[in-house]
Design a protein around this ligand. Structure first.
Ligand code: 5GP
Length: 192
């Protein structure tokens, strides 16, 4: 019997490069990536429905009331949440679903889906993290400082994850995450 798809949570501080890792996994065609909803403003180049569904606070709160999220959290002043319907549909179809979310969201997913696989992506050092955050060039100094402070709080929480992978060279990190997913798929099949 084919088992349901895996639910995979990928977290890591802003600037750790996890978005790029997820994009690479998506290119392999073996995973579906959930598009989150958020109340933050789009960055230049971001398109509604692609990187995020950009919602007003009112619309987001309404969706919470309708049980429309697998999980949601407030992060640096904005709400972020994983829409429930699409992710559950994919899993029922046997597809592996990736949620790229922060740590509070991961804790909720673990409570509701104990079989989920959680992966924390670490930057090689705090210096590299700061360089990457600034290199983006899209955030104000105030937001960069808040994200750096949040990153320092988040890194110790990597202990609660099933796997921790360092993103030093992108190809190595993607290869390592791909191997983890393969191992977990094999495990799910053998456990039926
Ligand atoms: P950003 O504003 O840089 O796109 O995302 C900020 C943080 O929110 C990142 O750590 C990202 O992983 C997290 N995030 C994005 N979507 C979701 C979501 O649906 N739920 C939760 N809990 N966090 C999310």
């Amino acid at each position: 019997m084919k088992s349901k798809g895996l639910l995979v949570v990928i977290s890591g501080p802003a600037g750790t490069g996890k978005g790029t890792v997820v994009t690479e996994l998506q290119k392999s065609g073996n995973v579906c990536v959930s598009v989150s909803a958020t109340t933050r403003q789009p960055r230049p180049g971001e398109v509604d429905g692609k990187q995020y569904h950009f919602l007003t606070r009112e619309a987001f709160v309404q969706m919470i009331g309708e049980n429309g999220f697998l999980e949601y959290a407030e992060y640096v002043g904005n709400f972020y949440g994983s829409p429930r319907r699409q992710a559950e549909e994919w899993m029922q179809q046997g597809k592996d679903v990736i949620l790229e979310i922060e740590v509070q969201g991961c804790q909720q997913v673990k409570q509701n889906y104990p079989a989920c696989v959680s992966i924390f992506i670490l930057p090689p050092s705090e210096e590299v993290l700061e360089q990457r955050l600034r290199g983006r060039g899209t955030e104000t100094e105030e937001v960069i400082q808040k994200r750096l402070a949040r990153a320092k709080e988040e890194i110790p929480l990597s202990k609660g994850y099933d796997y921790v992978v360092v993103n030093d060279r992108l190809e190595d990190c993607v290869a390592e995450v791909t191997a983890i997913l393969q191992r977990e798929r094999d495990k799910a099949v053998s456990e039926g």
